[in-house]
Ligand binder design. Structure first.
Ligand code: FAD
Length: 406
């Protein structure tokens, strides 16, 4: 029994909410305080660039839990409250309303925030970013007005916003320095599939060029590219990546790398302080290094894993990274982690956008993506997890079942 203890979670989004849920389902009967800057109760972000942005799903669809969940589970949810300082020696977190919360264990799930472009005109009305439900509402309101959108960045957020706006009938241009969308994660061959999907659906791709600035009289009217073009537009969405929100931890003297540094139990170097989700750079037993994963499934699973560690019942967090994306009629799931690879093997027809791609190092699969092919994640993850040696011809052959390969 632990009724005298207080566990505080800073960051009331997916990782934080799932951690709070897990504390209760694991039998913790002390005090749980979940603190979040945003006015809403915890919600999921993937719909914000997809069906929610297009107006096809309502706000009730995005929440992690029903409205009554937190009270029913005696979780003290403080929305609209920001933790402004942390003192690990005193085991205390200070909130922006002056309250000081003493904790026995603390979980930091402060997530990530969009990078901003430091270029002329970046402050003009109509230059938008996307992270919160309010951001999504603001973009949707512009989409509802129609006209032309310039998206800066050809990563996941940029590509998904471009697809959603195009599906709503806008004139959409994507500007990005890389030659191929999503090239950094997927490489040129699979990135080319996305390039073609966007081009086929009428998105104008201006790749291999940067942005010099935004121009307009009070509001953005034009984008100047570094290759000398001037693109007229009604609004701009900047999707150039995110930065982990490490400020609170850094100010408290907690070790920071690419995110809050944590071990495989999601413990930071401060006593009884843990980190999970987009903000955590956690040692991964499989990869033997710290990795930070900016994806939904990581927040979903790491929050509960950190909660179990807070209770002293944790296991090393060794799940394979996994994420998904939907753009136009191309849905996909990606499993694994590949920073470098020797080659990509395709099973199925990339031209018809129904295929599995395997990223190979030697004769091992290090990552795999199923595109418009479903219910194969378990087999793909087994291939990767078990480091099975595979013959590339059999891998490419759709008549050879994935089960026999594993
Ligand atoms: C538009 C969009 C679409 C996405 N689509 C996909 C997708 O298709 N597939 C996929 O796998 N992933 C997707 N993601 C990524 C996924 O949503 C994130 O990985 C996930 O939200 C991370 O959750 P988190 O709880 O770690 O952090 P976050 O969701 O970033 O939440 C952190 C929370 O902490 C709060 N906070 C920060 N500092 C403080 C403080 N000092 N005090 C109090 N509160 C604080 C913040 O306000 C925020 O609410 C998408 C993300 C976005 C933005």
């Amino acid at each position: 029994m632990t009724p005298d203890q207080t566990f505080v979670i800073v960051g009331a989004s997916l990782a934080g909410a799932k951690a709070a849920e897990t504390l209760r389902s694991e039998g913790f009967d002390g005090r749980v305080v979940l603190v979040g800057t945003e006015p809403d109760r915890p919600y999921e972000r993937p719909p914000l660039s997809k069906d929610y942005l297009r107006g096809e799903a309502g706000r009730d669809k995005v929440y992690v839990h029903d409205e009554g969940f937190y009270a029913e589970h005696d979780i003290d949810l403080r929305t609209g409250r920001t933790a402004v300082s942390l003192d690990p020696a005193q085991r205390e977190v200070a909130l922006d309303d002056g309250e000081r919360l003493r904790y026995d264990a603390l979980l930091l799930t402060t997530g990530a925030e969009p990078r901003h472009l430091e270029i002329p005109g970046a402050e003009l009305d109509g230059v938008l970013t996307l992270r919160t439900v309010e951001n999504s509402d603001a973009i949707r309101e512009r989409i509802d007005r129609g006209g032309s959108l310039v998206v800066i960045g050809a990563g996941w957020i940029g590509c998904e916003v471009a697809a959603s706006a195009r599906q709503r009938g806008l004139d959409v241009t994507v500007v990005a320095p890389e030659q191929i969308p999503l090239e950094r994660v997927l490489g040129a061959e699979v990135g080319a599939v996305y390039r073609d999907v966007h081009a086929d659906n009428g998105v104008r791709l201006l790749l291999g060029t940067g942005v010099e600035g935004f121009e307009g009289n009070g509001r953005v009217e034009r984008v100047r590219t570094s290759d000398g073009r001037a693109l007229d537009c009604d609004f701009v969405v900047v999707g150039v990546g995110v930065l982990p929100r490490t400020g609170l931890a850094a100010q408290a003297g907690i070790a920071i790398g690419d995110g809050i540094a944590a071990d495989e139990y999601l413990r930071t170097d401060a006593p009884d302080v843990f980190a999970a989700g987009d903000v955590a750079a956690a040692r991964h037993p499989r990869y033997g290094e710290r990795i930070r994963v900016e994806h939904w499934a990581n927040a979903l699973n790491q929050g509960p894993a950190a909660a179990r560690s807070m209770l002293g019942k944790g296991d090393p967090y060794d799940r394979l990274p996994y994420f998904f994306s939907d753009q136009f009629d191309l849905g996909m799931e990606y499993s694994g982690y590949a920073r470098t690879w020797d080659r990509v093997v395709f099973r199925g027809d990339a031209g018809k956008r129904e295929f599995i791609a395997f990223w190979m190092v030697g004769d091992r699969v290090v990552a795999a993506m199923n595109a418009n092919v479903w219910d194969v994640t378990e087999q793909l993850q087994r291939l990767i997890r078990d480091r099975v040696a595979v013959d590339a011809r059999r891998l490419a052959d759709p008549d050879v079942s994935l089960e026999t390969l594993t």
